[in-house]
Design a binder for this molecule. Structure first.
Ligand SMILES: *Cc1c(COP(=O)(O)O)cnc(C)c1O
Ligand code: SF4
Length: 374
């Protein structure tokens, strides 16, 4: 299925035909020229559901970089990239079980900007903005809201909290997308964290390699390298998102000493079948990025059209086993509603059990006896 990826520049929408390649590859130009309203998509044949989406969305804005829009299929509204970027009228459908803050992140905040759920690690929100607002976002309650951005003060308060909590050894920068901040601000944050002896692991959660790969500049990479190793969690959901520009971004990050992992979100109609996940994971491994998590779509409001049954995820994991090396198989994780944290679901390979006599089923469906020890 996958031919070699083309550059987004070579696929740019008609609207951007006059743009120079150097502007296109400048992340500030990309940021400034994001597509935000229905009329910005006049080069695309919007479906009735997408059109109605623009009319019904309320607080969760639309923003799409020209780069990401270039990956859209012009004539297929079921295109996996379009579904993640363009609004859909189904977003106004909120199920009873859905929650504004599905992971109870706000109630686990010791100070604004930090979620401290597990003893040894914290989520540190440094920005509430992103190049593209993914329609399935779990933090849609606050992401994109111009009034909720972390202030300089808030960042200092969060850093003080981490400095004073010696049991925090792992800090995950998140948001929004941390790479929305300037290089200078990021450098200050990384440096402050590195000065804390008890902070052993620093992670960066970012979707920029997908939505704005031009952001991964040499200057940014210098900062990452100086403060490395930075464990970098990216968020590719479909192989078509791995553009030529993304491949360059991943290789720059690797050369800057970043350890790359992918956090995919399982989304109905986008990537909810074994073949699609396999294509994605093969391509990620090829470019030095290990699939880390496959996340069950959580209980954020208005995303039920993306949600799959647990069985779908389990079937995907089971079908990957044996067909791709273990490095290509992510943990399938449910982040429990209400703030219970993440749990991992694994297929059941025990076919039957009688005392210590177990029959296992392998990846091929063959059965193997096993005697368990006392
Ligand atoms: C996901 C998450 C983390 C990081 O979890 P890992 O499983 O270590 O990747 C940390 N804190 C919170 C609140 C989280 O939701
Ligand atoms: S990049 Fe992440 S935080 Fe931003 S909209 Fe997408 S899923 Fe949400």
């Amino acid at each position: 299925m996958t031919s070699s990826p083309k550059s987004s520049f070579s696929r740019r929408p008609k609207r951007f035909l006059d743009v120079s390649e150097s502007d296109w590859n400048n992340w500030i130009w990309q940021h400034q020229n994001r597509l935000k309203k229905e009329s910005d998509f006049d080069w695309l044949k919007l479906s009735p559901q997408e059109k109605a989406g623009f009319e019904t969305i309320e607080d969760f804005r639309v923003a799409i970089t020209p780069h990401y829009a270039a990956l859209f299929s012009d004539d297929d509204p079921n295109c996996p990239i379009r579904q993640q970027g363009l609004p859909n009228v189904l977003e106004s459908n909120v199920e009873d079980y859905e929650l504004e803050d599905p992971l109870a992140e706000e109630s686990h905040m010791p100070v604004p900007g930090i979620t401290h759920r597990y003893p040894d690690r914290v989520l540190f929100y440094v920005s509430h903005h992103c190049p593209v607002y993914c329609r399935h976002c779990t933090r849609k309650r606050k992401v994109s809201d111009p009034n909720s951005a972390a202030s300089v003060n808030q960042i200092q308060t969060s850093l003080d909290y981490i400095r004073n909590n010696k049991n925090v050894r792992d800090v995950l920068l998140s948001g929004g997308d941390p790479l929305t901040l300037s290089d200078d601000k990021l450098a200050v944050i990384f440096k402050a964290l590195r000065e804390m002896d008890h902070v052993e692991v620093v992670r960066l959660g970012t979707r920029n390699p997908v939505t704005l790969p031009q952001r991964i500049t040499e200057n940014l990479c210098d900062i990452l390298r100086e403060n490395g190793p930075i464990y970098t969690h990216v968020h590719f959901n479909h192989v078509s998102e791995i553009s030529e520009e993304s491949i360059l971004a991943l290789s720059r990050l690797r050369n800057a000493g970043c350890v790359l992992g992918n956090q995919m979100v399982l989304l109905k109609g986008v990537n909810d079948d074994p073949e699609t996940v396999m294509q994605l994971n093969r391509k990620l491994l090829k470019h030095g990025c290990r699939p880390y998590y496959m996340l069950q779509c959580d209980y954020a409001q208005g995303i039920s059209h993306f949600r799959t049954p647990l069985k779908t995820g389990l079937d995907i994991v089971e079908s990957l086993r044996g067909r791709i090396g273990g490095m290509g198989i992510p943990d399938y994780v449910v982040d429990l509603p209400g703030g219970g944290g993440k749990i991992e679901l694994v297929p059941n390979y025990i076919e039957s059990q009688d005392g210590n006599q177990i029959t296992f089923r392998n990846f091929n469906g063959d059965r193997f006896p096993y005697v368990d020890v006392e």
